[in-house]
Design a protein around this ligand. Structure first.
Ligand code: ASP
Length: 608
């Protein structure tokens, strides 16, 4: 037996007992003939005291940081207690020491505020993982995992593994491919998600499936994405949207309770995709704070039926606004006293290439009821007042206005809103706000290929009321500039996203389960009959053998953990993550392979 207790376990109640610990040397402090060593394991730190006798031994073979020790000793009460750590009231008076293994000096200090930079810590991730901060994140990840499994198990879900070596599943990214030696010249794809398998499991009658599963997507790694990531992937049959929403609200509430001890009892808000875009310019709005958008001017087909205030904007001979497709505003509470420097800084912020605006106008609503604006030259006091009232701004507020092409301007305003929310401390880390976004468009228009693409994936069903619209209209877009006027642009999907604090943490849909409609969907996406059969004959075939109505959802497990852990980075919650270029710097992967392997696979590489 290597140890009788762990390094996090000993308390004053153990005083007098002889115990054995095993762990790593965190620190060594020598005071004359006494040496103190902090011994660390996964559970905590225990202070060891080496008295005179053993000190000689330490002089002969000195200890170093990260040495692995086995020690035996008697638990004693400390005279100098450290109440900051759970074992701080005791220490272990060492009577026997065995060095189980030595360590070279680690490249960075293994403590909470380490001196190791990101790259170094990733290269030596096995050492980084010894640090408390990382360990706590992995513990949280495991707690979320347990909580989800318990809930799903209690609700009759069955964990069923699905294969990794498969044929492409379309989730909108590129596939990672794996060459097959036994079928030279042919490739497997790694699943972007187990989507088609979980649907087949429904056809097979396993009416509640889940899996906490790796998914692989070869996409350019925008901020904080990983090429392999984990989903809590679920599917149910004989369900409608409402059944799914309530089952998975339950899951998230349970995770909050188990992991954060938070009773999320309030009703989870719901918003249509159109309202989210209208009010926040974003399909995953952070609703921890207001500051919603005021749409002064916008192309009528984008938000049919929504009231326009274009006349308020357009009749002042201000070319920037007159020529803009869209003018949106937000009102920043109590910011009318911003200095010139502060407003200039915000203007510079929206001009950054990532945001891409040419400029920004502002109106200061002075506390005395007057206005000061960067567009006074064009807009009379009276008109500024009318705009302020449209924007719902109060005296003391600052109105910010962006103008330009619809998509870019709306997105920029959404980013600006989030940035201001951050700067003004409105995005509180320990406040959690869940939201369902519903009624997404079924299709998106791909202007490069002049065709429709599935906004979610091709297995998502249209709203029942819109099925006719899909069946009875030709998908061909004759005038690309007017794609928004095509009936397909108005077809809504039976799809839903769960949003937490401005992050999409889950998404899913009620699926198509009839062969004809699925074929129609493939055709709508520009797939020929041959292509759809080549790619999906298994699914279309399965739909002919009594496929039940079904639907599901998948949660981004890494992201959910990061948010619950109060971090912006999913990497911190993954034991062995990749860097921003998709590299594992510890393994130094990806890497070239031997010529012999290439030959076996009948693969030739070409220099570009
Ligand atoms: N497979 C989908 C995704 O990965 C989720 C779902 O529709 O269940 O986003």
């Amino acid at each position: 037996m290597y140890r009788s207790h762990t390094c996090g376990e000993l308390r004053p109640s153990h005083v007098g007992q002889t115990i054995t610990l095993a762990g790593w040397v965190q620190t060594i402090r020598k005071f004359g003939s006494i040496t103190f060593v902090d011994l660390r394991d996964r559970y905590g730190i225990t202070q060891l005291v080496f008295g005179e006798e053993l000190n000689q031994l330490l002089d002969d073979s000195p200890l170093g940081r990260e040495y692995v020790l086995q020690i035996t000793g008697v638990v004693e009460e400390r005279s100098n207690k450290n109440l900051n750590i759970p074992t701080g009231e005791i220490e272990l008076n060492v009577s026997a020491l065995k060095i189980l293994n030595k360590s070279v000096t680690p490249p960075f200090s293994i403590q909470d505020d380490t001196d190791g930079g990101d790259d170094l810590r990733m290269k030596y991730r096995y050492l980084d993982l010894r640090r408390n901060a990382v360990k706590r994140n992995l513990e949280l990840r495991y707690a979320v995992n347990r909580s989800a499994r318990n809930y799903l198990h209690e609700n009759n879900f069955m964990d069923i593994e699905t294969p990794f070596l498969i044929k492409s599943t379309p989730e909108g990214a590129r596939d990672f491919v794996v060459p097959s030696r036994m079928n030279a010249g042919q490739f497997y794809a790694l699943p972007q998600s187990p989507q088609t398998f979980k649907q087949l499991l429904m056809v097979s009658g396993y009416d509640r499936y889940y899996q906490i599963v790796k998914c692989f997507r070869d996409e350019d790694l925008r901020a904080d994405r990983q090429p392999e990531f984990t989903q809590i992937d679920c599917e149910m049959c004989f369900v409608e949207q409402e059944d799914i929403l309530s089952m998975f609200e339950g899951l998230v509430r349970r995770i909050f309770k188990d992991v954060k001890q938070i009773d999320y009892v309030e009703k989870i808000e719901r918003m249509t995709w159109e309202d989210a875009m209208w009010k926040y310019g974003n399909d995953k709005p952070d609703i921890r704070f207001g500051m919603s958008l005021c749409n002064l001017k916008f192309p009528s087909h984008t938000f049919p039926g929504k009231p326009s205030m274009a006349e308020l904007i357009d009749t002042a001979n201000f070319p920037v606004f007159d020529n803009a497709e869209t003018v949106v505003a937000i009102s920043v509470s109590k910011a009318s006293e911003y200095t010139r420097k502060q407003t200039d800084e915000l203007i510079e912020w929206v001009k950054r290439p990532q945001i891409g605006m040419m400029g920004m106008a502002f109106i200061k609503c002075n506390p005395d009821g007057t206005f000061k604006s960067s567009i006074d030259k064009f807009y009379s006091e009276e008109r500024l007042k009318a705009i302020a009232s449209a924007v719902n701004a109060k005296p003391g507020d600052l109105i910010l206005l962006l103008a330009g092409a619809e998509e870019r301007t709306r997105k920029a305003m959404s980013e600006l809103r989030l940035e201001l929310g951050k700067r003004l401390g409105l995005r509180k880390e320990n406040e959690f706000k869940l939201l369902w976004v519903l009624d997404f468009p079924l299709f998106e228009y791909d202007s490069d290929d002049n065709r429709w693409v599935a906004r979610h994936h091709p297995f998502t069903s249209p709203k029942p009321a819109h099925i006719e619209m899909m069946i009875n209209n030709d998908p061909v877009i004759s005038d690309a500039a007017k794609y928004l006027e095509h009936p397909y642009a108005n077809i809504k999907a039976n799809a839903y996203d769960m949003v937490l604090n401005g992050n999409e943490i889950g998404g899913g849909s009620i699926r198509i389960y009839q062969r004809e409609l699925q074929e129609k969907m493939f055709a709508a996406l520009g797939m020929s009959k041959e292509e759809s059969l080549h790619k999906f004959s298994f699914l279309l075939g399965a739909f002919e053998y009594g496929a039940p109505p079904h639907g599901g959802i998948a949660f981004g497990f890494d992201r959910l953990c990061a948010i619950l852990g109060g971090s912006e980075s999913i990497r911190d919650f993954i034991a062995f993550p990749k860097n921003n270029s998709g590299r594992d710097v510890m393994l130094d992967a990806p890497a070239t392979i031997d010529q012999k392997q290439l030959n076996e696979l009948q693969i030739q590489t070409v220099e570009k």
